[in-house]
Design a protein around this ligand. Structure first.
Ligand code: BGC
Length: 531
């Protein structure tokens, strides 16, 4: 009799367990079947092979040789993850992850060693042909960034992004890529992150080409990037779209601002943060009227006047240029990492050098102490991602978006629980935004593997695969986040209880006991004791 009761009790508990887990499944919202998942990298950060097979020098090759102190650990991208030689292994790990898309960039000086199309390096073309073919043979679509900061050094010496001719140089280079790879590449990303590139390259000078031109170089660079993007877009549109049938967009990086207090000044600070960091690049391409945001134009003009200048340091576009730039993206490539608290009050008096972007926008930024961080500058605050997506939908008539980068850095080791939590929370925020009708078509995790993190060298690790940079073989080993992402991609849902042990052979699956499971097991023990 007692035995029968125990059997009944076990039956009851297992049915409860089953219903609980099924119930939880139906509560998850899931990614639509046509939602694209991928991971992202960039050429200088992973390829290595910096001076082989006819590659020319980029401004980063030049920087790490002439000013090694600009890199925190004095390292270079000379070998990096060695993907030039290990690209087949890269495709293997993409396959392992189960992604159908890979965002990588093409090194301009590997294709055009002197920057101009009068000499095309056949070895460079062969390398990217091999990579693209390997991806396609494995059902992985290439999303190709045309420019991820690797400007050929001789074009840099001609003024680089401060020379308006760069729109022609860039469009000529892009044409070479469309001609050589456009039969197989259907998703092009022109330029990666104008704001980050122009700020660190031409305002603060902490990235190549290390030009410190506060409040001048920064805006000139951004303006030329918009013109170059537009020119490459028109080349694709007029010469290639009909025969190749692909799409082309630009990658813009955005942080989301949150007012530090409820003061009117802090709310104004939010609007100015948006105008300078988001609107400066979004409005000319995606807004109905084109052109820069009025706030940006007015603030820089007012500061310039105050500084005794006859014209604004933000050079205006002509009406022809405004028309030429408007609409020059089939989609937005959105990079998002973190949020900022912003404020403006009397404590800013005398804080910024004059002229400078900081003085123009006149706000200070910080992080909320409750936003978790592991290493580096990415503080986790997923609600900021949700707000940003909703803002983009409402402000720019719900543009088509691919999230082309999202991720965080963690210290070394395969147990990257911080990154696991980060991805779960940001992907949940993305699901919430999809439920609100935001038009996001795909998501790329940054980054497929640990790589050269610009001025931080190898001290910041963004990879979901670990690479020991002292290992001559540069083995790629999945971290916990890779295994968890793999399950999200497979199941299309985010299960906060799914865990894996990255150190176990082939990443053993461990379902972390949920609170329900614990309660039910405890009930079982109690029942058994009663009988
Ligand atoms: C860049 C990447 C970089 C990542 C993490 C983005 O700004 O596009 O090249 O590695 O952020 O800092």
């Amino acid at each position: 009799m007692a035995g029968e009761k125990v059997t009944q009790a076990i039956f009851l508990i297992w049915s409860l367990l089953l219903t609980t887990s099924l119930g939880r499944q139906t509560n998850f919202s899931s990614f639509p079947p046509d939602f694209e998942f991928g991971t992202a990298t960039s050429s200088y950060q992973i390829e290595g092979a910096w001076n082989v097979d006819g590659k020319g020098w980029s401004m980063w090759d030049h920087l790490v040789r002439t000013a090694p102190e600009s890199i925190y650990d004095n390292t270079t991208g000379d070998i990096a993850a060695n993907s030039y030689y290990l690209y087949k292994r890269d495709v293997e790990i993409l396959k392992e992850l189960g992604v159908n898309n890979y965002r990588f960039s093409i090194s301009w000086p590997r294709i055009l060693p002197y920057g101009r199309p009068d000499y095309v390096n056949p070895y460079g073309v062969a390398y990217y042909n091999a990579l693209i073919d390997e991806l396609l043979a494995n059902d992985i679509k290439p999303f190709v960034t045309i420019y991820h900061w690797e400007l050929p050094q001789n074009l840099n010496e001609l003024g680089g992004w401060l020379n308006e001719d760069i729109a022609d140089w860039f469009a000529d280079y892009a044409r070479v890529l469309f001609e050589n790879f456009g039969d197989r590449v259907k998703h092009w990303l022109t330029i990666n992150e104008p704001d980050v590139h122009c700020y660190f390259g031409y305002e603060s000078g902490s990235h190549a080409p290390r030009i410190i031109s506060p409040g001048v170089g920064y805006y000139e660079c951004g303006r030329n990037i918009l013109l170059a993007n537009a020119k490459a877009y028109h080349v694709y549109d007029e010469e290639f779209r009909a025969s190749q049938g692909g799409e082309i967009g630009m990658v813009i990086s955005m942080e989301w601002p949150i007012p530090k207090t409820d003061s009117a000044d802090d709310h104004e600070a939010v609007q100015d943060f948006i105008a300078f960091n988001i609107g400066q690049y979004m409005d000319p391409i995606f807004s109905e009227n084109g052109n820069y945001p009025k706030r940006l134009i007015d603030r820089v003009a007012a500061a310039s006047t105050k500084q005794g200048l006859n014209t604004s340091r933000l050079r205006p576009f002509t009406s022809e240029q405004i028309e030429y730039i408007k609409g020059t993206a089939d989609f937005l490539g959105l990079n998002h990492y973190t949020s900022k608290l912003v404020y403006r009050n009397e404590s800013l008096e005398g804080r910024f050098s004059v002229p400078s972007k900081h003085d123009d926008v006149y706000i200070d930024e910080l992080r909320h102490p409750s936003w978790p961080v592991d290493t580096g500058f990415v503080h986790e605050y997923a609600p900021g991602f949700y707000s940003l997506l909703i803002y983009l939908k409402n402000t720019y008539n719900n543009p088509k978006i691919y999230v082309t980068e999202n991720g965080c850095s963690t210290s070394t080791g395969l147990n990257d629980t911080f990154r696991v939590q980060y991805y779960r929370n940001y992907l949940s925020a993305l699901l919430d935004a999809l439920a609100e009708g935001v038009n996001v078509k795909g998501y790329f995790a940054w980054s497929l593997m640990d790589n050269f993190e610009w001025s931080f060298g190898y001290t910041l690790r963004f990879g979901i695969y670990e690479i020991d940079m002292n290992d001559p073989e540069r083995k790629r080993v999945p971290k916990m986040s890779a295994l968890v992402l793999k399950e999200i991609i497979r199941s299309r849902v985010i299960d906060y209880n799914y865990d894996v042990d990255p150190y176990a052979p082939s990443g053993a699956f461990v379902r972390t006991a949920s609170i329900f499971t614990i309660i039910l097991l405890a009930t079982l023990v109690i029942i058994l004791r009663i009988y």
